[in-house]
Design a protein around this ligand. Structure first.
Ligand SMILES: *[C@@H]1O[C@H](CO)[C@@H](O)[C@H](O)[C@H]1NC(C)=O
Ligand SMILES: *[C@@H]1O[C@H](CO)[C@@H](O)[C@H](O)[C@H]1NC(C)=O
Length: 342
């Protein structure tokens, strides 16, 4: 054990002093360097800008905006024109678009398929964010006790008689989109007026019972033409379960509202719609006779039309209120935060 001051064996000050001269020079150089270093460090640093901290923070998965959007589109409401936009935008905005193709004649999924669909899309991480679209009635995800996020529902509806007339001629003449596709009534030249006159199936007022049951959902009573309970359910769902429902007659405003409120899916949609020929090319039925006043009056006397029209007006008045709000504010936020603590 060595006492203080006693040099360690084999190491003594005298040896350092007799060390070769270059070693002493190096030692002194180092010593003065450190002295200078200490001297300068004691001087307060000049106010240089704060160094930039390179953040390597990984986004918190719970705050990532990876929503699921469902557009359960109704045939003959210009939904193809609308869907053209996300099919373009998804490439640059980075999200997925998936068509749910139902292989049964009704626009309804079986209970089993609904459960599968709900579980599948809420757990399918690699396909998020996602926009699912297809011709199917409203599905209530809240009923199923899912752990994942609730999807956001959007839709678009149209004046019920216009929609029926459009569908009637679409079956006979097709449209400009898929010109060569054979439609089920191709070659039939009967006008809608004649059809109503002869009380044939394709213009049966019951054929207007589409938008109410669509929003009402998968409950059987929803699909009973002219059922008032179904109308009330449809109104309830439209008001509480749908984020936004546009009308075909105001398609451009609908696109503007979608872009403003769901930019993750629709950023750039308005300009794309206004500029591009393809997007502007509203899917027109090639041949369309305007129904006579007599036909219109006849259809409007039916209970189905009355309830369907009540539903349309319900949606329309709300949409027009959103439109005037949007025109007034021009998308500028009308609130701010104050008294933020701590
Ligand atoms: C849906 O699937 C059927 C059968 O596979 C197919 O014939 C039809 O073209 C599909 N519909 C659409 C819109 O792709
Ligand atoms: C969802 O369904 C598709 C098609 O059946 C399948 O490929 C996919 O793996 C499913 N995703 C999940 C998370 O179950």
């Amino acid at each position: 054990m060595s006492t203080p001051g006693t040099p360690l064996p084999g190491m003594s000050w005298s040896r350092l002093l007799v060390a070769p001269r270059p070693l002493v020079v190096i030692f002194l150089a180092f010593a003065s360097f450190f002295l200078l270093l200490f001297y300068f460090r004691s001087i307060p640093p000049s106010p240089t800008p704060e160094p930039v901290v390179l953040s390597v923070a990984v986004p918190d998965p719970s705050t990532r905006y990876e929503p699921i959007l469902i557009y359960n589109r109704i045939p003959k409401t210009a939904s193809t024109t609308l869907m053209h936009l996300p099919y373009e935008l998804c490439k640059t905005l980075g999200y997925n678009v998936l068509l749910l193709n139902i292989t049964r004649p009704q626009h309804l999924l079986t209970l089993q398929d609904r459960v599968f669909f709900a579980n599948n899309i809420t757990q399918w991480q690699s396909k998020r964010p996602a926009l699912y679209h297809g011709h199917f009635g409203y599905i209530d995800f809240d009923q199923m006790g899912l752990s994942g996020p609730s999807p956001i529902y959007i839709n678009m509806i149209r004046r019920p008689l216009d929609r029926l007339v459009s569908y009637y001629y679409f079956l006979r003449y097709g449209d400009d989109f898929r010109v060569n596709k054979i439609r089920s009534r191709m070659g039939d030249k009967m006008t809608f007026d004649e059809c109503v006159e002869r009380k044939l199936g394709d213009c049966d007022p019951k054929k207007m019972w589409v938008q109410v049951p669509w929003f009402c959902g998968h409950f059987k009573k929803c699909w009973e033409p002219g059922n008032r309970w179904a109308l009330e359910q449809a109104k309830f769902n439209l008001a509480h379960k749908y984020f936004l429902v546009g009308v075909t007659e105001e398609l451009e405003t609908f696109i503007q509202l979608l872009e403003m409120t769901l930019p993750r899916f629709f950023k750039g949609a308005t300009q794309m719609f206004q500029n591009s020929d393809a997007a502007q090319h509203i899917r027109k039925t090639k041949h369309k006779d305007i129904p006579s006043e007599q036909t219109v009056n006849r259809m409007k006397e039916t209970k189905v039309w009355k309830l369907e029209n009540e539903f349309y007006e319900f949606a329309y008045s709300h949409f027009m209120a959103l439109k005037s709000e949007f025109k007034q504010t021009k998308g500028i936020g009308m609130f701010h935060y104050e008294k933020i603590r701590p």
